[in-house]
Structure formats: structure tokens, C-alpha cells
Design a protein around this ligand. Structure first.
Ligand code: ZN
Length: 248
């Protein structure tokens, strides 16, 4: 069994990330599971080495030890970075064509998408059958109306919560949902611990994993915990300015 810490190096960590690390460690300990460090840099377009340095500093400060994963920023960049596997993620997109899910290339611009509450495609691209072209289109998975996914004790109406979600981005990088499924399959993750803001993401991943026959991701134990909020009741977000968010 295995649980993973999965920070994204697109900013310095904040108190919410630290809380997630502690909760993940507790879940792993209670389940006698191994703990892995998985740094999700596949689509981190704001990547900076300092953000990875910070992950190691924070884990050291919290006294959290892990069994699988890089031990330093140098080791991460040379041997563990997901950027080394972009071609593999791209190759696996081919699996979707043989699966029951329907995919389509979406050319809608960011401004077209702004008015769509679920982030789905507003332009009817699904019916146009256009090609996937880097810099021009993103690959979306169609979520039929009425799709319900049970995950972590929640029943998620995926079409309403997320809509047709992206698996391959317009900038020719794999989307978070796609990388997360393939990396959890690779690691053999059995326990996935996330904030409650990611319940719909978990549902999307179970939806896709089921269609692809990735049973380990379908059968994993999902724990969604409350978020730490700021003084205005908003969820904390990554700071790209400094490390002041992690003094607690
Ligand atoms: Zn579209």
C-alpha cells in the first residue's frame, strides 16, 4: 500500500499544503502504507527550482520521512521530474481512442471559456471533429449529461461539477488529471489524500481510470479533507512572491 505527497512546484507552499502533508502522513501511518513524494511538475509552467527546494525544506521542518521519491532538488530534476515522461503521457493518450470515452479537440479561446461555469467547451467543438494541433487545440473528454461518479463517500455529478475536462493542453503539455492518473498507476497508489476542493478532480480521474481499466486508481481509498481558509474565508493559494505562507 502507498500514499503520496503530491505538491506542484508552481509557487511556494502554504499552510494548506503543510496541512495536507500532515494528513497524508497520518493516513499512511494508520494504513501501514509506504509514503511517496511525487512532485507534479508535468504542467508547472511557472516552475522554479526554489519551489522544489522549498518542498524539501518544508518536509524536513515537519519531520516527515518518505520511502519513495527524490531526496534533493538535483535528484528530482535528473531522475524524477515528470518532464522526462511527457512522451509517455502523450503515447498513452492513444489508449483513450480504444476506450469507451469520447474525446475531441477543442479550439475555444480562454475568453470563450470564461462564461462557461463548468469549464466545459461552449463552442460545439465536439461536433466539429477537428484535429488536435499544438498551440491551437486542447483534447477534452466528453462527460455525458447525468454522469454520476461515487468517490470518497461523495456522489459527484461530473457533467455539472467539471463538464468536458481537458486531458491534453493547448500548449502541448499533459493536463493535471491525465498525469495524476498515470503517475498513481505507476506508483501503485492506494491512498489519495486531497483537499475538498479537488473532489471533482478525483471523480474525473475515477471516471477516466474506469474507462481505461486502470483498476488501482478506481479502487484507491480517497480522503478529501477540509481546507484551511484565510481571514476572508477564501482558500489559500500558492505564493510566488515569498515563503511567508508557511510560518505555521
Ligand atoms: Zn471548444
Amino acid at each position: 500500500m502507498l500514499a503520496r505527497l503530491a505538491p506542484t512546484p508552481s509557487g511556494f507552499l502554504h499552510a494548506g499544503n503543510l496541512d495536507n502533508f500532515r494528513r497524508t502522513q497520518a493516513v499512511a501511518r494508520d494504513a501501514s502504507a509506504l509514503l511517496a513524494l511525487r512532485i507534479d511538475d508535468a504542467d508547472a509552467t511557472r516552475y522554479r527550482r526554489e519551489y522544489v527546494d522549498h518542498v524539501f525544506e518544508v518536509l524536513d521542518g515537519l519531520g516527515i520521512a518518505w520511502d519513495v521519491g527524490p531526496r534533493s532538488t538535483e535528484e528530482f530534476e535528473s531522475a524524477w521530474s515528470q518532464r522526462h515522461r511527457t512522451a509517455e503521457y502523450r503515447h498513452r493518450v492513444g489508449d483513450l481512442r480504444d476506450s469507451p470515452v469520447e474525446t475531441y479537440a477543442c479550439t475555444c479561446s480562454r475568453s470563450d471559456l470564461a462564461g462557461v461555469p463548468t469549464g466545459g467547451c461552449p463552442g460545439g467543438c465536439r461536433h466539429h471533429g477537428g484535429p488536435l494541433v499544438p498551440g491551437v487545440s486542447a483534447l477534452r473528454v466528453h462527460v455525458p449529461v447525468g454522469t454520476v461518479v461515487a468517490v470518497g463517500g461523495h456522489e459527484v455529478r461530473l457533467d455539472e461539477e467539471l463538464g468536458d475536462f481537458v486531458v491534453w493542453r493547448r500548449d502541448d503539455l499533459p493536463a493535471y488529471q491525465w498525469v495524476s492518473i498515470l503517475e498513481d498507476e505507476r506508483l501503485g497508489t492506494t491512498h489519495i489524500v486531497r483537499g475538498q476542493d479537488l473532489i471533482a478532480s478525483s471523480a474525473a480521474q475515477v471516471f477516466l481510470a474506469r474507462a481505461l481499466g486502470i483498476t488501482s486508481v478506481v479502487d484507491a481509498t480517497y480522503v478529501h479533507h477540509p481546507l484551511i481558509l484565510d481571514g476572508q474565508g477564501r482558500k489559500l493559494s500558492k505564493s510566488t512572491l515569498g515563503r511567508e505562507g508557511v510560518t505555521s
